[in-house]
Design a protein around this ligand. Structure first.
Ligand code: CP
Ligand code: NVA
Length: 318
């Protein structure tokens, strides 16, 4: 029996348990197969998703919009200059008013508190399309991708290299609950030479939740040690949107994913990156095009996984 997720928000993968995460991944895979067979699945016929963006996007915008159309509904793009989130009226009023018109809201925001506030005051499900703190839809699509490549998630070793950022956090929150061991290889210091204590909350959560799923989070500062035994090597930009100029990029250089570092992972390791990438910073172009690169499968799987999320959370006649 499927777990009923109708009416829930997706703000962080921490809020979903193992069974619920597997259900979303499995549904995403089924929807993908149906889509490849040309089988229509109008599960959200007549429904509308509002897509609120404070930041630019290719994958998130297109995958939600096309995904919603494939589910028989429509999506409405509200860019930074449309509703001027946080500037023209309160986030609370925006949530109340928007949810009178639509059946779901997806929001890409700067501070996580903004999407949390939308979720608190909206009468329809709110989906986090990236906040400074976490990027849950990314990790969900990524674990669908890892499952496709490895046919299992339990016991998989995933190494994330670079900045312990929103994508890394989401991979931890989803991964540990799915039985994936996550290693983050990052510099000891990040911002202006200060100790990188910005992930203290994640360490605390992982220490409590990991043992329940036989999964561990390790934070290592030696890139070679971090990559050893990895089944998946994942990286992301060193400076996220909204952080330009706040970090000394030199400290990330040893964590660049190139041939030499990748050679230290397991021979059949998969290469991942959420994109957009800056080639020759966090990874080389050559690495991104190797046969075991899953970069573009990940991008595609955003749509399939998010369709599962929308179909599960949104429902006719809310
Ligand atoms: N990975 C990702 O979220 O891409 P966009 O910023 O293009 O949406
Ligand atoms: N960490 C990146 C991810 C982009 C999809 C950012 O927040 O800009």
């Amino acid at each position: 029996m499927a777990v009923d997720l109708r009416g829930r928000n997706l703000l962080t993968l921490k809020d979903f348990n193992t069974e619920e995460l597997y259900q979303l991944i499995e549904t995403g895979y089924e929807l993908k197969l149906e889509n490849k067979r040309g089988q229509a699945h109008p599960l959200l016929a007549g429904q509308t998703l509002a897509m609120v963006f404070q930041k630019p996007s290719l994958r998130t915008r297109v995958s939600f919009q096309v995904g919603m159309a494939q589910l028989g509904g429509q999506a409405l793009y509200l860019g930074p200059d449309d509703i001027k989130l946080g500037k023209r009226e309160t986030t609370e009023d925006i949530a109340i008013v928007t949810s009178r018109f639509v059946d779901g809201i997806m929001a890409r925001v700067f501070g996580h508190e903004i999407v949390a506030e939308l979720g608190e005051h909206s009468s329809v499900p709110v989906i986090n399309g990236l906040s400074q703190w976490t990027h849950p839809c990314q990790a969900l699509g990524d674990y669908l991708t890892v499952w496709e490549k490895k046919r299992r998630l339990e016991g998989i070793n995933l190494t994330f290299l670079g900045d312990f950022n929103n994508v890394a956090r989401s991979l931890v929150f989803g991964g540990l609950q799915l039985g994936v061991n996550v290693t983050v290889g990052c510099p000891e210091v990040t911002i202006e030479g200060k100790p990188a204590d910005e992930y203290a909350d994640v360490l605390e959560w992982a220490a409590e939740v990991g043992p329940r799923h036989n999964a561990v989070l390790r934070v290592l500062h030696d890139p070679a040690e971090a990559v050893a035994e990895a089944d998946v090597v994942y990286t992301d930009v060193w400076e996220s949107m909204g952080e330009k100029g706040t970090k000394t990029k030199d400290i990330f250089q040893p964590f660049q994913l190139d041939e030499a570092l990748f050679a230290k992972a397991r021979p059949d390791a998969v290469i991942m990156h959420c994109l957009p990438a800056i080639y020759d910073e966090e990874l080389t172009y050559e690495i991104s095009r190797k046969p075991n690169s899953a970069l573009f499968d990940q991008a595609e799987n955003r749509m399939h996984a998010q369709k599962a999320v929308m179909a599960a959370l949104m429902h006719p006649g809310h």
